[in-house]
Design a protein around this ligand. Structure first.
Ligand code: FES
Length: 87
């Protein structure tokens, strides 16, 4: 598991093994748009402020992936213990 801190919402959420960042955010009442929920469409994109994303999507380009500044919240996870998102 890892922690996701939502900077603008002033919330820190725990993301357990069986749940996605998107699911955990929705359970906390964050209204996050999504569509495919398979990492392909780009709808659930979030900006990463801090931490290292573990990219599981097929949407981001190689350079976006390498920059570590964007994450698809429906499938991707975190390599660091904490991820801070601009949400
Ligand atoms: Fe389509 Fe996340 S909802 S990439």
């Amino acid at each position: 598991s890892f922690e996701v801190a939502l900077a603008r919402s002033c919330l820190t959420l725990k993301v357990p093994a069986g749940k996605t960042i998107l699911e955990v955010m929705r359970e906390a009442g964050i209204d996050m748009p999504s569509s495919c929920e398979q990492g392909a469409c780009g709808t659930c994109l979030a900006t990463v402020i801090e931490g290292e994303p573990d990219h599981q999507d097929v949407f981001l380009s190689a350079s976006e992936r390498a920059s570590g500044t964007k994450i698809m919240t429906c499938v991707s996870r975190s390599k660091s213990a904490r991820l801070v998102l601009d949400i």
